[in-house]
Structure formats: structure tokens, C-alpha cells
Design a protein around this ligand. Structure first.
Ligand SMILES: Nc1nc2c(ncn2[C@@H]2O[C@H](COP(=O)(O)OP(=O)(O)O)[C@@H](O)[C@H]2O)c(=O)[nH]1
Ligand SMILES: [Mg+2]
Length: 433
């Protein structure tokens, strides 16, 4: 692990929140921020308010400046507190790094635990203390770590590595063409071959983006399905959660015919809420399918009965002889109960692994994969007008773009050095800590 680079990462917990924090540590912070908050002095200790100017947006920021050695890492540290929108945060990190690299600064994303690693390196923490911090962080952002690990170790990670290897191979071929074009035994790639190879890589990455991680789309939202006996009050509850009249509810048993889906924001989380036809004996194929594809099953029943693996929601609490307390009890007619159910469902989703995949970590990873696709597409444009049967006319440019794509893919998998004994301690951390 190189310890000279200035490192940048989001250090607030994953998911939307009022304030998000981008943390920087290292020697190049002042030049790195010079373009983005020109009038702010980051070399003296203090808190400053500023507007952070990025290429496509501007946001208010509170800037915490902690010059070395009086900082957590022992290096100069700056924290940018900005509105806590995950996309915004990711954009800021991405752009700070890209603009820094363009200006020749040694700057990169921090790997998991790297801020703490540096604190240890500069004698700010003992290993025990570092481990204590790891445990603390684990309590709040387990999901993000788990999601990242799953992705890195799982199928997506495997496919990414294969893609990275192919990309590296292609890059080597192009560079060999540039360096040794005069040598007899070096076979130049034709533009057509190059195009094919790049197109394959783009399709692969696009497929990975949409299939396994869920591109930011309808399908990426956590799915919450309402199930239970007919007439239990599912559709009424569905409306109450949506806070608007969407469904037909009726005294007649079995009024709801089809599965109905609606997006709803629960405590800041975008959730796909699904109402199913009233039929608890699982005869309805669409309802069963909706259930199997869902992350959370809210089992609605006035008696409070619920199969294993579902969240019990006791409907029609006002009719129960002995009303208990939410969220196990809920009355669709009682707005207070419904609000605590909304909160409860959001909390349950946040603690679920799948949500971890959707928030935080994978947001960063998807951003990188998109960026890789972008660089590959640019490389396609570089060779677009060349003669398909000859070598590329601007191979160095194409190679530079492929290299960018390769860096992005490498960053998805984190590149945590496996041979580093300390890595065992610090791998328990999340990015940004
Ligand atoms: N008293 C009372 N009635 C309810 C409540 N929720 C739903 N109902 C009524 O129960 C009936 C069935 O509701 P509905 O939402 O269509 O049930 P579904 O078949 O599970 O979708 C309707 O007449 C609703 O007005 C509740 O919390 N309290
Ligand atoms: Mg219904």
C-alpha cells in the first residue's frame, strides 16, 4: 500500500442523510482543492464555509481544516461536509481525484481502513485501538462492507477480474504495437479487431451493470410485498403507506385482482411496495411470484398470524380486543401506526444485505463501472474513423483511455493488498475510515 498518495473517500455512512462527509488526508490537499474552493485557506486549522465548485454543479460546504500533525491521521486532513446525497458525494470524490490526477497530483481513493492505517502509521493509534475502531465501524456500516466483499469475492467480482485481464491483454497488444511497430514479429491489431475487442468489453461491463448489480432503475429498489389473507386490509394499508388513494378497497372479499407496484419513499429510502391479491393459500401465481422476488414480506393479518420469514403486521388493530403496540400491530386507519411501520420497514431494509448492495458501496462501484464503460466508449470514438483493416492512427490515445478503464475496474474490487499483515486488521474497515 503506498502511503504517500493523498487519499480521498466518503466517510459518512452509506445511504442518504442530511450531511455527507468527504475526507481527504495527505500532502496535496491544498492544490487539490484550489480549483474547487479557490478562496479558502486549508493550510490553517479551522472551520470554513464555502461553495464547492464542481464542473457540473455547485454545493454549499463546511470545510474542516486540520493541518498536520494535529489530525486523526497525523497528516493534513480536510473534511468537506456537503448535502448527504450519495450520488453527489460520489461525484465529488470522483471529480476531485480526476482533476487532481490531471494536474499531476498523487491522489487516489482510499482503500478500506486506510485513514486509520495512516493514523497507526504516524503513531496516533495503537493496533488495539485501531481494532476497536474497526469493531465500532462494523456496527454501523456492516452492510456496506459485506456488500463490497460479496461483490469482490462473488460472481460479479470474478467476471470483473476476467474483464480486467482481457482489457490488460488488449492494452498490452496496443502498447506493443506502439513501441515495437518496426519489429517483424510484432503483429499489429487492426482497427476492426480492436473495435471488436472493445465492444466485447463494453457489452460485458454493461451486462454486469444492469444484470447483477442493478443499474439505477426501477429494479434496483428494495422490494416490499404485502401478503396475507383476503380482506385482511392489505390494500388499505398499501394506500396508507403510499399516503394517497391508489387502490380500490372494498367490503367484498377478493376485490384486488392484480399485483400492483408503486414506488414510495420510506425514511429516505426508495422502495417498491407491492400489493397482492387477497389469497393466503398461495394459489395466486402472480402473488407467489411477487413474494419470491421480494426482499421483505409484510404478512398482514388481523389475528397477527404470520409464516416464518415474514414480518408480522397486525391489521385492523382498532377491531382487536386487546391492541398491542406497533410495529407488530398496525391499523391502516391509524396514521400514527402506519408511520412507525414505514420507519420500521425502512430500518429493516437498511439492515438487510441486499440493501447494502444497493446503497453505499455498490453506488461507488457502479459509478466506477459506468466510468470504465465511458472510457471504453471514448476509445471506440478514437478509432471510429480509422481504416478498419489497418492499425489505429492514434493508438496512444486509445491506450490511455483503456488504461483509465482498467484503473476504474481495478478500483471496483478495492485492491486491498493481501500480503499486508496489517491488512488483516484494516480489512475490517470500510472505505472512508
Ligand atoms: N376497522 C378497520 N377496517 C379496515 C382496516 N383496514 C382495512 N379495513 C377494511 O377491511 C376491508 C378489506 O380491506 P382491503 O384493504 O381491501 O383488504 P385486502 O383484501 O387485504 O386488500 C375494507 O372494507 C377496509 O375498509 C383497519 O385498520 N380497521
Ligand atoms: Mg386487496
Amino acid at each position: 500500500m503506498d502511503t504517500r498518495s493523498t487519499i480521498v473517500a466518503i466517510s459518512s455512512p452509506p445511504g442518504p442523510s442530511p450531511i455527507g462527509i468527504v475526507r481527504l488526508s495527505g500532502t496535496s490537499i491544498a492544490p487539490l482543492l484550489a480549483d474547487h474552493c479557490p478562496d479558502i485557506d486549508v493550510s490553517s486549522r479551522g472551520v470554513r464555509s464555502a461553495r464547492l465548485e464542481m464542473s457540473s454543479f455547485e454545493v454549499p460546504a463546511i470545510i474542516l481544516c486540520m493541518p498536520e500533525p494535529r489530525s486523526f491521521t497525523g497528516e493534513s486532513v480536510v473534511e468537506l461536509q456537503v448535502p448527504g446525497n450519495p450520488f453527489l458525494l460520489d461525484q465529488i470524490v470522483e471529480e476531485l481525484i480526476n482533476s487532481g490526477v490531471r494536474r499531476g497530483l498523487t491522489v487516489r481513493r482510499a482503500v478500506a481502513g486506510e485513514f486509520t492505517y495512516r493514523a497507526w502509521l504516524h503513531g496516533k493509534l495503537s493496533l488495539d485501538q485501531a481494532e476497536g475502531i474497526a469493531a465500532l465501524i462494523a456496527a454501523s456500516s456492516d452492510e456496506e462492507c459485506n456488500a463490497a466483499n460479496r461483490m469482490v469475492n462473488g460472481e460479479t467480482g470474478q467476471q470483473l477480474r476476467t474483464t480486467a485481464e482481457e482489457l490488460a491483454h488488449l492494452l498490452a497488444q496496443i502498447e506493443a504495437g506502439i513501441d515495437f511497430a518496426d519489429e517483424e514479429d510484432v503483429v499489429l491489431l487492426t482497427v476492426e479487431e480492436l473495435r471488436q475487442a472493445i465492444q466485447n468489453l463494453i457489452s460485458r461491463l454493461s451486462h454486469l451493470l444492469s444484470a447483477s448489480t442493478g443499474e439505477v432503475s426501477v429494479d434496483a429498489s428494495p422490494r416490499v410485498v404485502l401478503r396475507g389473507p383476503a380482506n385482511a386490509g392489505k390494500s388499505t394499508l398499501f394506500n396508507a403507506i403510499l399516503q394517497k388513494e391508489r387502490m380500490v378497497t372494498h367490503e367484498v372479499v377478493g376485490t384486488t385482482r392484480d399485483v400492483v407496484e408503486e414506488h414510495v419513499l420510506l425514511d429516505g429510502l426508495d422502495v417498491l411496495l407491492i400489493d397482492t391479491p387477497g389469497d393466503e393459500n398461495e394459489a395466486d401465481v402472480s402473488a407467489v411470484r411477487a413474494e419470491s422476488e421480494s426482499d421483505i414480506i409484510l404478512w398482514c393479518d388481523p389475528e397477527g398470524n404470520a409464516p416464518e420469514g415474514t414480518v408480522s403486521v397486525r391489521t385492523k388493530r382498532d377491531l382487536a380486543p386487546n391492541p398491542g403496540s406497533p410495529p407488530a400491530f398496525v391499523c391502516a386507519f391509524d396514521r400514527h401506526d402506519v408511520e412507525s411501520l414505514r420507519q420500521g420497514v425502512a430500518a429493516a431494509i437498511r439492515s438487510r444485505a441486499r440493501a447494502g448492495e444497493l446503497l453505499g458501496a455498490s453506488l461507488r462501484q457502479r459509478g466506477l463501472m459506468r466510468s470504465a464503460v465511458g472510457a471504453l466508449s471514448e476509445a471506440q470514438e478514437v478509432v471510429a474513423l480509422d481504416d478498419p483493416n489497418k492499425g489505429a492512427s492514434r493508438p496512444a490515445e486509445a491506450a490511455a483511455l483503456l488504461r483509465l478503464a482498467l484503473d476504474d475496474i481495478g478500483a471496483v474490487t478495492g485492491e486491498i493488498p493481501p500480503d499486508d499483515v496489517l491488512g488483516l486488521v484494516f480489512s475490517g474497515f470500510c472505505i472512508g475510515k
